[in-house]
Design a protein around this ligand. Structure first.
Ligand code: FAD
Length: 305
C-alpha cells in the first residue's frame, strides 16, 4: 500500500506543480533526489558518466519521463535522447540510452512511439550506441513488446527490459528467441500488479529470476542482471554465469555502490544506470516506493546542509 501511495504521489499533477512553484520545497526535495539523480541537465549526467567510466564502469543514461500525453513533448524527448546519443558518441563513451516508450509516444499512439524509436535506432546504429527500452505497467507490456519486436526486426542495437515478477515473462522471453537478438535486461519489476498477473518479492520470485537468467543464457541472449539483490548476484556468480560473454550486472545510480564496487574489483562487468532531468521528483517517488527505508534517508538528506 505504501508503494502504491508513493506511485500515486508521483503522478499527481497538483503536487508536482506545488513543488515546482515553491522554491524552498523544490530545493529540499531536490537535495534528497540528488542521491539517485545525476542532475537536471544532460551535461551533469555525462559528467557523472565520465567519472564512472574512469572507474571502469559502463553506464546507461535515462532522460527521466513517462506517460507523456502531448505529441510535441514526445518529439522533444526524442530530440533530447538523440542529443545523448550524439554526446556519448562524441566522447567515445560505451554508454547506452534507456527510456520508457510512454515518454516518446506510447500514450498518444503506438505509431508515434515506433517512429521515435526508429529515428533514435537509426542515429544510434551509426554512432555505435545501444538503446534500451524500459518495461512499464503490465497494462502496457503487450504494446511495448509489439513496438520493440517491430523495431528489433530492423535494428540489432535495441534491448528490452523484462520483469521477473510477471507470470507472462517466461513466455515473453521465449517468444523473443525467434525474432529479436537484442540484449535483455532482467529486473524484478517496480510496479504493483494484481496477484493474478505477478508474484510479490519472495524466495519464489528470486528462484524465478534465476530461472529466467538461465533460460536467457541458454537461448543465446546477452543479458543484464539488473538487481541490487546480493543473494541473486552471488548465485549468478556461484553458477558461473557472470563470467560468460554478454552477461553484465547493472544497478541504479546511488543504490548499493558498495556492491557495484565489490563486483568491479572482482573484474565482473558492471553498468550503472544514471538518470537526469527536471522530472527527478517522479524518479525519487519511484525509488522510495520500491524501498520504503529510503524515506528515512531522504529526510536525513533534506535535514543535512
Ligand atoms: P529487491 O528485492 O527489491 O531489493 C533487494 C535489496 O536491494 C533490498 O533489500 C535493498 O538492500 C536493495 N534495494 C533495492 N531497491 C532499493 C532502493 N530503491 N534503494 C535502496 N536499496 C534498494 N523496473 C521496472 O519495472 N521496469 C524497468 O524498466 C526497470 N528498469 C530498471 C533498470 C535497472 C538497471 C535496475 C537496476 C532496475 C530497474 N527497475 C525497473 C527496477 C526494478 O524492477 C526493481 O524495482 C528494483 O531494482 C529493486 O528491486 P531489486 O531487484 O533490487 O530487489
Amino acid at each position: 500500500r505504501f508503494a502504491a501511495t508513493m506511485k500515486s504521489l508521483a503522478r499527481r499533477a497538483d503536487l508536482k506543480e506545488y513543488v515546482e512553484r515553491t522554491p524552498a520545497v523544490y530545493a529540499l526535495l531536490q537535495r534528497a533526489a540528488a542521491k539517485y539523480v545525476a542532475g537536471d541537465r544532460r551535461a551533469e549526467a555525462l559528467e557523472a558518466g565520465i567519472r564512472l567510466g574512469e572507474k571502469d564502469y559502463a553506464v546507461s543514461i535515462e532522460y527521466i519521463g513517462e506517460n507523456t500525453a502531448d505529441a510535441a513533448a514526445c518529439e522533444d524527448a526524442v530530440r533530447e535522447m538523440g542529443e545523448i546519443v550524439r554526446d556519448l558518441a562524441e566522447r567515445g563513451m560505451s554508454g547506452r540510452v534507456s527510456f520508457d516508450l510512454s515518454h516518446i509516444g506510447l500514450m498518444v499512439d503506438a505509431e508515434l512511439a515506433y517512429k521515435g524509436l526508429v529515428a533514435l535506432a537509426e542515429q544510434a546504429e551509426q554512432a555505435g550506441i545501444e538503446l534500451f527500452i524500459s518495461m512499464e505497467e503490465a497494462a502496457k507490456t503487450e504494446e511495448i513488446l509489439a513496438v520493440y519486436r517491430r523495431a528489433a526486426a530492423r535494428y540489432s542495437n535495441i534491448g528490452i527490459t523484462l520483469q521477473a515478477q510477471l507470470h507472462r515473462t517466461v513466455q515473453d522471453l521465449n517468444r523473443l528467441r525467434s525474432d529479436a537478438t537484442g540484449r535483455v535486461r532482467l529486473v524484478k519489476g517496480a510496479y504493483q500488479e494484481p496477484s493474478g498477473l505477478s508474484i510479490p518479492r519472495s524466495e519464489e520470485l528470486n528462484e524465478r529470476y534465476l530461472g529466467l537468467v538461465e533460460d536467457a543464457i541458454e537461448q543465446g541472449h546477452r543479458i543484464s542482471i539488473a538487481t541490487h539483490d546480493e543473494g541473486i548476484v552471488d548465485e549468478v556468480i556461484r553458477r558461473g554465469w557472470a563470467r560468460l560473454p554478454g552477461v553484465e550486472f547493472e544497478m541504479l545510480y546511488g543504490i548499493r555502490p558498495d556492491l557495484c564496487s565489490r563486483l568491479k574489483q572482482a573484474a565482473y562487468p558492471v553498468r550503472v544506470y544514471l538518470t537526469y532531468g527536471r522530472e527527478w521528483y517522479l524518479y525519487l517517488c519511484h525509488r522510495i516506493a520500491e524501498y520504503p527505508p529510503n524515506i528515512y534517508q531522504a529526510i536525513v538528506d533534506i535535514a543535512s546542509e
